[in-house]
Design a protein. Sequence first.
Lengths: 182, 182
Amino acid sequence: MVIKCSLFVATILDGFIARKCGALDWLPGSDGVTESENHGYTDFFASIDSLVKGRNTCDLMHTFGEWLYPGKKVLVLSSRFPKIPIRLAEEAKGTSMPPMEVVRQLEASGSAHAYVDGGKTIQSFLQAGLIQDVMITRVPVLIGEGIPLFGSSGRDIRLRHLSTGVLENGLVQSKYQVENAA
Amino acid sequence: MVIKCSLFVATILDGFIARKCGALDWLPGSDGVTESENHGYTDFFASIDSLVKGRNTCDLMHTFGEWLYPGKKVLVLSSRFPKIPIRLAEEAKGTSMPPMEVVRQLEASGSAHAYVDGGKTIQSFLQAGLIQDVMITRVPVLIGEGIPLFGSSGRDIRLRHLSTGVLENGLVQSKYQVENAA
């Protein structure tokens, strides 16, 4: 693989990435205006040329109003073939291909760095050994129950710690490299 | 409350504190020899005068061989009245009291700082608003499934970040204060 696939996720201390209903209201900047300017996201976003998102996460993004990924290739994953709203037909393509095929297609189209996002999508890419970099930002709150970041992969996935920084509001941001990626 | 109750836990990135079977084999120093000398545990252990442990965690500790808590009051919690092995009758007492009663009893006996440990015990103390300090050490591995650190508390629990340090082996250790403790 030449293409790099990265995670850039905010989780709370229990390890959830969203409430059960999908809400992100505990996330600083969850109004969608300030989030993209903070927490190293701007630099990360500039480094990627494509996004692979789960359908649920993508649905949620629509609710933020403006399209958040100008100039990026966006693939929306779903086990059923996902319907992309007509107004986004130019910006995003739907696919039901398995993760390895998605990565091969992105690579064939010249993509060098993909941002993988959404609970189930992250899990399936981790299980397939397709994630190289993991950036986790920990929000200092416990919500008790929600959508977990990582699911069962059938094997231990070891990561190498690269760096950790403390941001405003007590956010702790750590960068890891997956040691046993494909 | 005058007594302080603290957590000192190692979790992996998914948020689990042990495999489903209770095993801690992913934990550096899980042979029970070096663990107590590392990661700030020695200083933390010196600062406490009592331990409240769940029965499962306590059972696991027995398998390490030597008694790990010399000179400390130890309460073993269980919904059924826990049986303490005869050889530990001096070191540990069993109780099925609810968390608030446990804390009142410890305080009445002169305890100033209790170390609360074990998955269900941690959850019940958090739910009761009885935890003030939380030290979390993140081990850079994903095991996919296991015993979760925190469970549903029915409310968001906000924490204030106090400090974060990076230890050997890529461990990230963060200290928090519970903002809405009882």
